[in-house]
Design a protein around this ligand. Structure first.
Ligand code: F6R
Length: 359
């Protein structure tokens, strides 16, 4: 039931702070320690490499997961698009562990990979919103997203729930491996900060609606740019804008623009920089300036501690590894309001279905 909301997507965006709190309650003990079964942790501990597999938004959540696992557990982690992995399987390590990310648990491309993984006798984990879904039944382990039903075709709360669970799991695995970074990573505190920060961002809707009207309503194209984890979020931000508002958008590694793609910048092209990582903040800012010199209209989504006068949207500070949970929210809202103000059916964009059960 949409209640008073015009579209499910907006309701689902607004639910994200509560999803974060719910996940902390379900997956963390009273002292803030991850509650993850020993069996799953032992399987993962034996792995020399983690392979994360997913499609679309779930693949994008995997890109963030790679950073969490590599930072907190020191386990090399690869992320793959399921439809590619299925027929071009990379060379596997000696002891691989597979994580399937799927909101629906029914995506045929991902299932094709899982069938191969099972045939190879490997263990796997499905992180999904749907209990008893195909991917959940066929994997060795399941962790549920507990995000509540996601009705809008464009995925929002499933993405942030997937990242939150990856953070909890990486913390658990890193601690099981005596990694000091993991011991110091206070995931409960972070999820609390994230929930409060998300609430502040969704409460800023009218500001973002104005921004969407001013910069996205008329443009045929747009760029989201960033480095590292910000690049991962820029891919998701661009996908949201494409699928529901039909703006041709690209998520780009900001340093790579000048190697060709900057030729696409014209007078007024919106270029949105996502800036949450101290070591690359200055570089992304210079890359934004390079596009401005070619006529781009530049906008910024910046963590508070890195903010400068003139920045467009400020994100409350959290651990830099958790920043995608906040930086993605304004981009979801930009896509939502652009679609809404174009008079489109936000929840049911053309050519798309909620669950893709063909390869
Ligand atoms: C985009 C979107 C899709 C799905 C993709 C995978 O908003 O919803 O890109 O993320 O089809 O679906 P699941 O996660 O159900 O496997």
């Amino acid at each position: 039931d949409k209640g008073t909301y015009p579209f499910y997507m907006l309701k689902e965006i607004d639910e994200q702070p509560n999803v974060m709190r719910r996940l902390a309650q379900i997956y963390l003990s009273e002292t803030g320690e991850p509650v993850i079964s020993d069996k799953l942790l032992n399987s993962m501990k034996q792995a020399d490499r983690i392979y994360i597999v997913g499609a679309g938004t779930s693949y994008h959540a995997g890109l963030v997961g790679k950073r969490l696992f590599e930072n907190l557990t020191q386990t090399p982690t690869e992320v793959h698009i399921s439809s590619e992995f299925a027929y071009e399987q990379p060379i596997l390590s000696k002891k691989p562990f597979f994580i399937f990310l799927s909101q629906s648990g029914e995506t045929a491309d991902s299932r094709e990979v899982l069938v191969n993984v099972n045939a190879g006798g490997y263990e796997s984990l499905t992180i999904t919103n749907v209990q008893n879904s195909t991917l959940s039944r066929e994997a060795t382990y399941t962790l549920l997203l507990h995000a509540g039903p996601e009705i809008a075709v464009a995925s929002t709360k499933a993405y942030t729930a997937q990242i939150a669970i990856e953070a909890i799991l990486a913390k658990a695995l890193g601690e099981a491996d005596n990694q000091i970074v993991a011991q110091r990573f206070d995931v409960r505190h972070q999820l609390g900060l994230v929930a409060t920060g998300m609430q502040a961002l969704v409460d800023e809707k009218s500001k973002i609606e104005k921004l969407a009207k001013a910069s996205f309503l008329k443009t045929p194209n747009a760029f989201y740019i960033g480095r590292g984890i910000d690049w991962s979020v820029s891919l998701e931000a661009a996908l949201k804008l494409k699928e529901i508002s039909y703006v041709q958008a690209e998520g780009f590694a900001s340093g790579e623009l000048k190697h060709g793609t900057i030729a696409l910048i014209e007078k007024g092209t919106p270029v949105i920089g996502i800036i949450t990582q101290e070591k690359t903040a200055g570089l992304t800012r210079s890359n934004l300036q390079e596009t401005m010199a070619r006529g781009a209209q530049i906008l910024t989504i910046v963590s508070e501690s890195l903010a400068k006068p003139g920045d467009t949207l400020i994100l409350p500070d959290v651990d830099p590894l958790m920043s995608p949970l906040l930086s993605v929210v304004p981009t979801q809202l930009i896509a939502y309001y652009t679609s809404l103000n174009k008079g489109l059916d936000v929840d049911k964009p053309r050519n798309l279905a909620k669950s893709v059960t063909v390869e």
